[in-house]
Design a protein. Sequence first.
Lengths: 146, 509
Amino acid sequence: MSNPVTIIMIEDDEGHARLIERNIRRSGVNNEIVPFTNGTEAVNYLFGKDGTAAERKGHALLILLDLNLPDMTGIDILKRVKENKYLKSTPVVVLTTTDDSQEIKRCYELGCNVYITKPVNYESFANAIRQLGLFFSVIQVPPASP
Amino acid sequence: MTPVSRRRSALQILLLSVGFVVLVAISVASVLLVNKARKDNAWVVHTVEVEGQIASLLVEIRRAESATRAYLLTSAPQHLAEYQSAATGIPPALDHLAKITTDNPTQVANSQRLKIAIDRRLSELARDIDRAKNNDVADSIADLRSTSSTDAVAAIARIGTDMRTEENRLFTMRTATADQTQVLASSVTIAGSCMVLALAGFSIVLLRRSSRARDEAEARLRDSYVNLEATVDERTADLREANEEIQRFAYIVSHDLRSPLVNIMGFTSELEELRGDIFKRIATLNRATSLAPAMPDDATDTAEPELEGSDKQLSDDFNESLGFIKSSIAKMDRLITAILNLTREGRREFKAERIDVQELIDGIVKTVAHQAAESSTTIEIGSLPDLISDRLALEQIFSNLIDNALKYLRDGVPGEISINGRTKLGFAIFDISDNGRGIDPKDHQRIFDLFRRAGTQDKPGQGIGLAHVRALVRRLGGTMSVASELHNGSTFTITLPINWTGRNRDKAS
């Protein structure tokens, strides 16, 4: 992935986080991955203390988002990201266990860029994440709007 | 019916019968009494007649006497004629009197005595007349003067008086009896009428009381009906809420169970890869210690090194454990997916629309045509009634049942599946029959339970299809049943409302 794109991984299950990270690394992506295990910390990081996300200005980010978080739903985060003037162009990949068609539709309507259901079958899971890593390695990510 | 009202109606029937009995008794008594009164009156009339007869007899005797005396004085022939007419009239009159007084022994005796006295007097008169005819008037007058003639006259007068007295006594007695009978008749009538009136009054009171009780009961019934409706609505709302809660619960639980499952599966697979590395390294080390540089170094990376003895055993045990873990995870995943699908199906809004069932089933049969051809199964579709219902639900119901019929055929017997329909009282009834392996009657309930199956377990499946089908049929306001025995085919019968409005069972208000 062309330079300093940071991958923000918001995933409450540490096991999932580890598996995702391993498989992304296996696909040859070496970008920094910043993991968060709950929504509040992730939101604090993304939007800064003032909540405007001005701190992230000029950073190139890619968000990996789980929908089932202990303190809030990923949909809220998605909504805030896509409504923020600095972050709205940041690609968001929703990676979750939910395969409900209503949920998928809602995420795309809110501006999510990719929606992936975590397969229980590990072959499929590893495969999906590796392909996602390959996708990351070719994707062009714009820096957060100045 | 409450005991009170039962007692009340029994009482009314009793009253009616009592009234009827009283009426009958009064009628009978009246008829008897009227008859008796007529008889009594006849006796009174009879007495009067007897008295009249006695009086006219005495008058006749007087006439005969006065005619005799007149003849003795004047010897005029008209007096003789008068005497003769009087004398000839007396015996029949006397006989008549004797006849009509036969009922009374006193009067019989009296009339006999009277007859003797009158006969003596008549013979005296006849002797006088004869003497007068022979111009022997003086003797006759002497006779008149003698006491003998007055004896007879006195006797007649006395007996006559006796008879009259007797008749007067009878008259008084009989009149009294007749009066008594009449008084009795009228009092019976009055008493009976009073009783009937009293009974009627009592009935009216009872009737009014029971009609009031009925009105009250009606009001209570109306009240309880209203209450019942409210209660039913309340309960329905509660049930619906509970059902929704269960659905939500099932959804959340199954959903959240998936997350740890991904980890278990993921790290198990990671372990599997590690296992490969570990055993490869063990093999390499073993070989290195036993026959030092027997093999070129570059070969170890590509070819799987051979394990020996206890190491091989260890590796196989490891594999076996991993295999069990992985197959269990896969099974758990299938179950969770099934529950998720079921709850999702339960939350789906049904939409009522007109459905050409024939066409729908034709479509399903086409999709299974390949499977059917493989097992040389023929599928026969009878004429099927159209419905207003939910299309997707119907598709799932029929395709599940047809799939099952195809899946559980008897080995080596060409399948015969038939689908027939009929309508009855606003319901459409569909029969899906096959000649397959059948279901033991003891399993008829079990097959509809979630995750439960029956018979030989030689086909893949989770035990979800029929549970799902029954849930759908129920949501569509219908029922389903199975008729089957082992080795003899099965018939699944589905009853669905022809015109489902989307309100049956599911969402009442």
